[in-house]
Ligand binder design. Structure first.
Ligand SMILES: Cc1cc2nc3c(=O)[nH]c(=O)nc-3n(C[C@H](O)[C@H](O)[C@H](O)COP(=O)(O)O)c2cc1C
Ligand code: SF4
Ligand code: SF4
Length: 270
């Protein structure tokens, strides 16, 4: 089969999923690459045409071994007509559990045809300069692997016949899903008022519109998904996680998930 366009469809609050997907697209070496970034509320409320003969890479981070609920909601508005798709999850060096299988199953329900999939590693959303969990990933080695994965997909697609679309991808994970997803914690980042310049950057990157910036920054904790985008993008380092349970989780991850994990791919030989 010949593919002339690649569409990257993703939810990526802190940008690691997007980076991995761009590297896979680089390996595909197809010039026409379009981004459908469903991270922010405004973009996700648009209506997208039914996907047809393009190749789609669909990506999301892993939250509690599953796909974030907001990513599922946004992807669920899409429809495809036997469109080839590569489901990709990016996780913070703990585990991806049922997430890749869940994304694959969702893609099938929407009318896509998964032909290969991957689980890559990205800096953990909870990581900071002092609590290190996969900091700096995807790094150059991850990028190389993602590019190589893209090149393998290209070969697989060019060898495919339209009659070969019912590929049964063998992916790790359990169905019914066993991973619980994210436990509800009634916490959100706080703002250090003494150094906040009320610039509004935090509100502009929040995927759930949980932050409003007027004379001061207000966060609606019930809307916060703890993606940490506001913490990582605040130019003044004025957004922090001050909650004890949250800090304990981050410390646990640092202690127990520091051994480097490597990307895993499925549906192609590497
Ligand atoms: C609420 C939450 C739950 C997470 N759960 C997991 C997890 O179960 N396993 C894991 O390895 N990483 C987990 N992570 C880390 C993210 O999967 C990882 O940092 C990913 O690279 C973030 O993707 P993004 O940069 O596209 O937002 C979690 C992050 C958040 C915010
Ligand atoms: S990004 Fe930082 S400095 Fe800017 S408004 Fe938000 S908390 Fe304040
Ligand atoms: S307020 Fe919560 S949901 Fe919004 S960017 Fe910050 S951590 Fe993410």
């Amino acid at each position: 089969m010949k593919v002339n366009q690649v569409k990257l469809v993703y939810f990526s609050p802190t940008g690691t999923t997007q980076k991995v997907m761009e590297s896979i697209a680089k390996g595909l070496a197809i010039k026409n690459v379009k981004h459908i970034n469903l991270t922010l509320p405004a973009e996700s409320s648009q209506i997208y045409p039914v996907f047809s003969d393009e190749l789609v890479i669909m990506g999301a981070p892993v939250y509690g071994g599953r796909i974030p609920v907001d990513a599922i909601k946004r992807f669920s508005q899409l429809k495809a007509n036997d469109t080839l798709v590569i489901p990709v999850v990016v996780y913070g060096n703990r585990a991806f559990e049922d997430a890749l299988l869940e994304l694959n199953n969702l893609a099938l329900e929407l009318g896509f045809r998964p032909i290969a999939g991957g689980a890559f590693i990205g800096e953990h959303s909870f990581a900071t300069k002092s609590i290190t969990i996969a900091n700096g990933r995807p790094d150059s080695l991850d990028v190389q692997k993602a590019i190589a994965f893209g090149a393998k997909i290209k070969t697989k697609v060019s060898d495919l016949q339209p009659s070969d679309l019912q590929i049964d991808l063998e992916l790790p994970g359990s169905f019914p899903y066993e991973a619980d997803g994210v436990r509800k914690l009634a916490v959100s980042p706080i703002t250090k008022k003494d150094i906040c310049t009320v610039c509004g950057t935090c509100a502009s990157v929040c995927p759930t519109a949980a932050i409003s910036v007027e004379e001061k920054v207000t966060t609606q904790t019930s809307l916060c998904i703890r993606c940490c985008a506001c913490i990582k993008t605040c130019p003044e380092k004025a957004r922090i996680m001050a909650d004890e349970t949250w800090t304990n989780i981050a410390n646990w991850l640092q202690e127990n998930c520091s051994t480097r994990k490597e990307p895993q791919v499925f549906g192609v030989e590497m």
